[in-house]
Design a protein around this ligand. Structure first.
Ligand SMILES: *Cc1c(COP(=O)(O)O)cnc(C)c1O
Length: 356
């Protein structure tokens, strides 16, 4: 167990705010980062100092353990601005829960709620001007933690940094995806780390993804490690299908358990759709596209919310899905989520965490 951090957050404001120079009408994902960051240090078995400081470089030893042995995990969530200026974060408690599951699997310390959520709230309060007010835009939030011990040797780091950086992102144009079913490379196996948001899971995806992109696909549709027969997830998003009036998402211990996917399943159930989390075979999916029973398919994740899948490539064949504009559930749930996150409708599930 971690000792609770009792130290107050120390705040150092930037002397050179960059906010006035930001062109909010032209934001590329991840390129523009806000004026401040939260930094917490874990040393001698407890969380020590917690500070909000000007965004800037870190100074690290070349022996920093995370750079060699990969104790590095992260999260991704978003803050939205309501028409009245209120700032709200979508379900951050779920990100904290998942972050600490990732930490446990990689033998890293848990981050207490008062640092993760309390620290985020204090940071957003200082950088509230960075949350865009334009339609479809939001502030992307990236909490992360890595081992900082300055020594070689494979063992758990004796010190860690937990940091939160943020940056405004523009409205996302959800260009329909062409996915290739991956039947050679593997993302994650049973007993491994597929469920955790750790840095290594992304490094291993880059080479197979590039090969698929050279064939004209956008991303991969990963399959299970043993037979490559069951559908897992796409690059950095989960998969959701509609078959008849049933909304289906693949279930497995090796996928990242996305909060967007969970949210969409909860809404589907609330609306009276049948919703299932179960194994989905590639064969079931391909047969369903061919016989017309699979009417909708999309990738679900925080970055883009919901991106329709237009084509699936499998063993040299291309299978086409119905026109995204005609997809009743996908369009309805996307509209609902946007209305909810921007405070345009009642928050009937209590998912908006109001910063103020
Ligand atoms: C982050 C992520 C997702 C989506 O999770 P959300 O909580 O919905 O953002 C799905 N798959 C992978 C591999 C991811 O890294």
């Amino acid at each position: 167990m971690n000792e609770a951090a009792t130290t107050a957050i120390r705040v150092e404001h930037t002397q050179q705010p960059r906010l006035p120079q930001v062109d909010f009408s032209n934001l590329k994902f991840g390129q523009v980062l806000s004026d401040h960051m939260l930094v917490a240090d874990y040393v001698d078995g407890h969380w020590d100092t917690v500070s909000i400081v000007p965004y800037g470089n870190l100074s690290l030893s070349p022996a920093t353990s995370a750079l060699h042995y990969g104790q590095a995990i992260f999260e991704g969530l978003k803050a939205y601005k309501f028409a009245d200026g209120t700032i709200s974060v979508f379900r951050p408690d779920k990100n904290l829960e998942r972050f600490n599951k990732s930490a446990l699997r990689l033998e890293m310390p848990e981050v207490p709620e008062e640092i993760f959520i309390g620290g985020l709230k204090a940071l957003l309060d200082i950088d509230r001007g960075w949350v865009p007010g334009t339609v479809g835009a939001s502030l992307y939030i990236r909490p992360f933690m890595f081992g900082t011990e300055a020594a070689l040797g494979v063992h758990p780091s004796d010190s860690y940094k937990f940091i939160i950086i943020t940056g405004p992102v523009g409205a996302y144009y959800n260009k329909p995806l062409r996915l290739k079913v991956e039947t050679h490379f593997t993302r994650a196996a049973e007993g491994g780390v597929g469920f955790s948001k750790n840095a290594g899971n992304y490094a291993l995806s880059l080479h197979p993804t590039r090969l698929a992109q050279e064939e004209g696909f956008d991303q991969l549709m990963w399959t299970d490690a043993i037979e490559h027969k069951y559908v897992e997830e796409a690059g950095t998003a989960n998969l959701v299908f509609r078959v008849g009036d049933t909304i289906i998402t693949p279930s497995s211990d090796t996928i990242l358990h996305g909060i967007t996917r969970r949210t969409i399943i909860e809404i589907a159930k609330h609306w009276g759709y049948q919703a299932e989390e179960r194994k989905v075979s590639v064969k079931e999916l391909i047969d369903g596209i061919e016989n017309g029973s699979v009417t909708e398919a999309f990738a679900a994740g925080t970055a883009a919310t919901l991106t329709p899948i237009s084509e699936i490539g499998y063993e040299g064949q291309i299978y086409r899905l119905p026109d995204p504009a005609q997809r009743e559930f996908s369009n309805r749930v996307l509209q609902y989520l946007n209305d909810l996150r921007y405070g345009r409708i009642a928050d009937e599930f209590g998912w908006n965490f109001i910063v103020g």
